[in-house]
Write a protein that binds this ligand. Structure first.
Ligand code: G6P
Length: 440
């Protein structure tokens, strides 16, 4: 049978219309025959709403993509070519706890690289590993493309703790940075190239080019002031200190504000938590609005309100990636893959976010060499955090979890790390069976 079978796990997500729009746009070069949207019983209502919208979207576009909705993951996975994962174990209520508990201790929760990210990883990794086991049986040749956060930690876990080689972690931060650079430099995005290297949400632009000309220092001169002009919807846009950014000499990603501007970010988060609630609480409301819109039988396009979410345009990255693998495009895209020596200061078998040539056989990371000394340590520190956290997620070992929490640069002391860890373990108990095994 010709055409591609795509399976999206977490298909009831409010982001799904983005993906559907991306497949519609590329249909003639990326002939998706079947798109299976999979969810769990708790997500059934959302799945039905999003699925109905997806069906209206393909019908309106006049493309023959079959949309299938199911709660039966194994049935969906059979014979898949690409499996995308966008799950949230414990739903947004768990993210609220990830953000709120650390704040009580004066620590930024951060749902990806902070204590919140640790717990999101502990909840998510066992589920992703289960998906990998199913894939091995039902679609061994398929690519697993994971958007689920913490995407770096999840990719690390799959690479180290499963047999799956065909895994790619994907994020919208690089594409967001590219768009941001284009707008700051006043040029079309297609003229911008960035040499990306680092880790997920810890990626740097080592060199920035417009029409092939290196414009890194001109760009850097424009990033100070009140706002930098380069951020994601979920991260406050603070400008960078003029001297600091000049000294750094490379382009940080929006998530670096949590590390270089920790106090300001913490104060902002505390203030927001009082005023509007944490980001997860805000997102919960945005989601409710989105689902109300999605229900409208007259809606047959992706509503622009979806762009309020931090993950806006992630489907651009996802569809471009799938398109380039399928068509053996050999273009350059930043993705999370096995390092294989691309970044000298990171172990070969760890996940890195780096520019890759995208081929039918998968992404080939481009060699970077060593990262600049001033950022190398932080990147290695976050890699150690991801690695220890992945180990904790797989084993359910309290000591590994404590280590991961304590070595996270956003957590100030061992005593606070332990308090946050213990409170969060208790709060997320229902989703952490590996830590609460029955005593035999
Ligand atoms: C960013 C990140 C994503 C993250 C999203 C959160 O763009 O790259 O990894 O999921 O923001 O957005 P939200 O709207 O859920 O806060």
């Amino acid at each position: 049978m010709s055409g591609i079978k795509i399976v999206t796990i977490g298909g009831g997500s409010s982001y799904t219309p983005e993906l559907v729009e991306g497949f519609i746009k590329r249909y003639y070069e990326l002939p998706v025959r079947e798109l299976w949207l999979v969810d769990i019983p708790a997500g059934q209502k959302k799945l039905e709403i999003v699925g109905a919208l997806a069906k209206r979207m393909v019908e309106k576009a006049g493309v023959p993509i079959e949309i299938h909705l199911t709660l039966d993951r194994r049935k969906a996975l059979e014979g898949a070519d690409f499996v995308t994962t966008q799950i949230r174990v414990g739903l947004l209520d768990a993210r609220i706890k990830d953000e709120k508990i650390p704040l009580k201790y004066g620590v930024i929760g951060q749902e990806t690289n902070g204590p919140g990210g640790l717990f999101k990883g502990l909840r998510t990794i066992p589920v992703i590993m289960d998906i990998c086991r199913d894939m091995e049986e039902l679609c061994p040749d398929a690519w697993l493309i994971n958007f689920t956060n913490p995407a770096g930690m999840v990719t690390e876990a799959v690479l180290r703790h499963t047999n799956r080689k065909k895994v790619i972690g994907l994020c919208n931060v690089p594409i967001g940075m590219k768009m941001g650079v284009a707008s700051v430099m006043g040029v079309d995005e297609s003229r911008v190239h960035i040499d990306f290297a680092g880790l997920n949400h810890m990626v740097f632009g080592l060199g920035v080019y417009v029409d092939g000309e290196n414009v890194t220092s001109q760009l850097i001169d424009k990033l100070s002031g009140e706002q930098s002009g380069i951020t994601m919807n979920n991260i406050l846009d603070l400008g960078w200190d003029k001297d600091f950014i000049k000294a750094l000499g490379i382009l940080p990603c929006p998530y670096h504000r949590y590390y270089y501007q920790t106090r300001t970010m913490l104060e902002h988060e505390l203030e927001e938590a009082q005023k509007t609630g944490t980001r997860a609480e805000v997102v919960k409301k945005v989601e409710e609005e989105l689902f109300e819109l999605y229900k409208d039988p007259d809606l047959s396009i992706k509503p622009p309100q979806l762009e309020k979410r931090g993950g806006a345009y992630y489907s651009e990255a996802a569809c471009n990636l799938i398109y380039s693998i399928y068509n053996d495009k050999r273009d350059i895209q930043p993705v999370n893959v096995r390092n294989n020596g691309a970044i000298a200061s990171i172990p070969d078998d760890s996940a890195v976010e780096v520019n890759c040539v995208i081929t039918r056989e998968g992404p080939i990371p481009l060699a970077v060499g060593d990262l600049p000394v001033p950022v190398r340590g932080l990147v290695q520190q976050i890699k150690s955090f991801e690695r220890v956290a992945a180990e904790a997620a797989v084993t359910g070992d309290y000591l590994q979890a404590l280590l991961a929490m304590t070595i996270n640069p956003l957590v100030s002391t061992d005593a606070i790390a332990k308090k946050i860890l213990d409170e969060m373990l208790e709060a997320h108990k229902d989703y952490l069976p590996q830590f609460f095994k029955p005593v035999s």
